[in-house]
Design a protein. Structure first.
Length: 231
């Protein structure tokens, strides 16, 4: 397979366990044990996926993610304990692509990584077949450049936020339940974790809407799901 994975985890046992399992699956694995070391590695190497623990020495996971996102849109999967809901929401808001709760099974980790890589490859390869720029309301969405502008000012979206927006503008009349939205964007089975979707929708609205409390681009149909606003 040969895809490069960076594991940023200060627990030696967990790091070794994940590294060994991923190596057996054919991934090329690099390990960092604190945020500072991870950022140093990222200055010289590129990876397909980053597994990032939140509780790290020197530079914590939140700051590490923020610094990664200032330079790169590489998929980042957060790893953290189940009861850290606040950290989970903040991590996703800063641009994490997915969340893996500790303790986790390696089958789950491997499945998430493969789904992330498959999703990114499929999405990028499909862009050449589509219209490059879609204009809706005050937004200009560049499908090839993965960028969005509002009033000609660039809006910095995470990969997941961009994919959610693209899904809606590509299917303007369709209503998506949370299950359908998760399956379309995450390309994985939905297990009822509404927080993941709620955080992404809220963060996206904060970036593209004039008034996030009264959204015009992504409308909520209460008890049903979401759809693109009428333009």
């Amino acid at each position: 397979m040969g895809y490069k994975i960076l594991i940023v985890e200060d627990d030696q046992f967990i790091s070794d366990m994940v590294s060994e399992s991923l190596t057996k699956e054919g991934f090329e694995v690099t390990a960092a044990f604190d945020g500072e070391e991870a950022l140093d590695i990222l200055n010289t190497q590129k990876f397909e996926v980053i597994l990032l623990d939140l509780m790290l020495p020197k530079i914590d996971g939140m700051e590490c993610l923020r610094m990664i996102r200032s330079k790169s849109m590489v998929p980042v999967l957060i790893m953290s304990a189940k009861d850290e809901d606040v950290d989970k929401a903040l991590g996703l808001g800063l641009g994490a692509d997915d969340y893996i709760s500790k303790p986790f099974s390696m089958l789950e980790v491997i499945a998430r990584i493969k789904a992330t890589i498959r999703r990114e490859r499929h999405y990028k390869s499909s862009l050449s077949l589509e219209e490059k720029i879609i204009k809706i309301g005050d937004l200009s969405v560049d499908l090839h450049g993965f960028s969005v502008k509002k009033f000609n000012e660039k809006i910095n979206l995470t990969a997941k936020e961009f994919n959610i927006l693209k899904l809606f503008i590509s299917n303007p009349s369709q209503v998506y339940t949370k299950s359908q939205l998760y399956k379309s964007v995450w390309e994985d089975e939905y297990h009822g974790d509404e927080n993941v979707i709620n955080v992404h929708i809220r963060r996206l609205r904060e970036k593209i809407e004039d008034d996030p409390s009264h959204p015009m681009y992504i409308k909520t149909l209460w008890g049903i799901g979401y759809k693109l606003g009428d333009f």
